[in-house]
Every structure is written in C-alpha cells, then in structure tokens.
Design a protein around this ligand. Sequence first.
Ligand code: KG4
Ligand code: ZN
Length: 338
Amino acid sequence: MLILGIDTSCDDTSASVVEDGGRIISNIVSSQSDIHAKYGGIVPELASRRHIEMVIPVVDEALKKAGVSLREIAAVAVCHGPGLIGSLLIGCSFAKALCYSAKVPLVAVNHLEGHILSPFLAPPVPEFPFLSLVVSGGHTSLYAVEGFGNYHELGRTRDDAAGEAYDKVSKLLGLGYPGGPVIDRLAQEGDGRAIDFPRAYLPETFDFSFSGLKTAVLNFLRSRLGDNKPASTLDKGMIGNIAASFQRAVVDVLVRKTEWAIKKKRIKRVALSGGVAANSELRKRMKEMGAERDVKVFVPPVDLCTDNAAMIAAAGYRHFIGGDLAGPDLNPRAYLPL
Ligand code: KG4
Ligand code: ZN
C-alpha cells in the first residue's frame, strides 16, 4: 500500500512515497537554507512563499521518482502541525485540493509523531516499548513509546529546543543558519573540555533547559570581545573550542537524561530523531552509552533525522489503516499537542 507524504511545516518542502509504512520509494526534500541563511534564522513569510513555489514540483518529483501515478496512491498524508502556520497552510491546502480533485483519502499527521516513527523507515526497526528522544529546532522531548499511537511524554524542554540553541549560538558566532551542521563540523577541530559551559540537569525530572547554556556562550563572547568586536575577530582555534565545548555540554545533558529515563522506566531500547539527531557527537556518544549499558540504540540515517515527508507517510499509513481520515475541514495548527 502506497502513501504519499507531504511536509511543509518549517523551512523544507518535502514529499515522499512510502510503501506499507516502512519502505521508502522516493523522498524529496527541497531545502530553503539558502534563503534564510543571511537572516540567521527562518523568516516565516519567506518560508511560506517558497513552499508555494515548490510544493507542486516537489510532489511531482516524488511521484515521478517512485514511478507511480496518483491513481496508485492509497492516501495522502499531510503534516498539519506543529510548525509555522503560514508554512503548514501551504501543505494542507495543497493536500486537501489534491485529494478532492483526485478522489484520494486524506490523513493528517502530527509532525512529532512523524519524528517518533522515523526509525521505522530504516532497519533495524525498534520493538515496543522504546524511549524516543526527539531533538529538533522546535522540540526537545523524551517519550516512552508503547505502540503506534501510544506515546507518553516524559519530559520536554522548558525553554529553548536543543536545535534552537545550536542555531542561536551559531548566530552569535557569525556562522549563519542552520547552526547545527556548521557547529558539528567546527567542533571536530576544537577541544570540548576547553571551556566549562553549564549543564542544566534538572534533577528528578525528564525536562531539559538550554537557554542558560546559550546565555553562557553569549557572556563568554562578551568577556572576550567586549561589546563591539564581532566574533569573526576570534582566531579559528578559539571558535573551534567554543563550538566543541558548547556541543559537549548539549550532548552530555541529552545522554545523561536518556540514561536516567532508561533506568527509571526500565526500557532498554532508545531511538533518536529530529534534526539534532544528525549530530555526529550525539550519535557516537549515545551508541557508546548503549554499548556500556546493554541498551539498543536506534539512530536513523541523517536524512531521516532532519525534516522529511517519508516520516509523515510512515505515520500516515498507521492512521489510514486504522480508519482515521481527515476531511476538507482540516485546519493546520501552529501548536498541536501529540
Ligand atoms: O527536525 P528538523 O529538521 O526541523 C525541525 O522540526 O525543527 O531540525 C532542525 C534543527 C536545526 O536547529 C538544526 O540546526 C539542527 O536541527 N541540526 C543539527 C545538525 N543538523 C541539523 N544540530 C546539531 N548537529 C547537526 N549535525
Ligand atoms: Zn522536525
């Protein structure tokens, strides 16, 4: 059974054809990084406009690459939140019109459920129950996943998401948007123990906090540069050390909190997802922790960690076979609980 997934929740336009909720036939992602890079973050209005331009070509390409026509698609699954409302509106309006004109059923998918189910798109797939750490630009949450559609949020960030902290620190360092990949790369040339940035462990909770860490980087830069000099005047070695020390603080917290959840919930399977799960140090450290504690760690390929429509199609398949369809009255929501 083929599902066409569509995701326009943030700054990537994506469409994908997935078979039986697990086998990717095509997965097209059109990135907008080039548009937003010079602003140091996403400009929502520009994101919406680019989605309008790209949604038809991206869906066409996903179908073409899969070698299928709309008639062979069992249902269209579209992400209806959470995300940027203007961006979500493009994907939802398009999907509703497509389903109406082609007489194909429509399914609505929560973006976070898509991330949680992304490990099912590449073997080995996790068995239930497993812990899911969703770390992206908009979210940092830890879930106990008991089954499809059965997700218990154990904790979440109380302020910035981990990816947001990466993007803000990148902006402070004058490194552009998105910050994750560039900091990840620069950190490999730096010393993660050079600067002792704070870690908010928030004991006895599964919650996270990253805004203090971001402020600590800002204060460190001010102490080095004063109020006027730009970060570009720092030498390369220092930038590498800041990137590596910041990254080490983020990864320490994510790994430690996950370890605590493993212990408390007695669940010996962990899956990572979301854009920050593309981070090389997080992937490495989480796998090392798993090997030490005899815990199975599932880390999807990098292109399935960052936003993609294959994960929306995978989640949409479960809704479709469960009879959970959406209608022409579907409205996207910027804040949409799981
Ligand atoms: O899941 P995602 O593509 O979009 C959201 O739903 O937010 O995540 C995007 C976030 C951005 O903040 C980006 O800087 C971060 O993921 N990111 C990374 C890496 N690649 C992307 N963060 C750390 N290391 C990376 N390699
Ligand atoms: Zn996402």
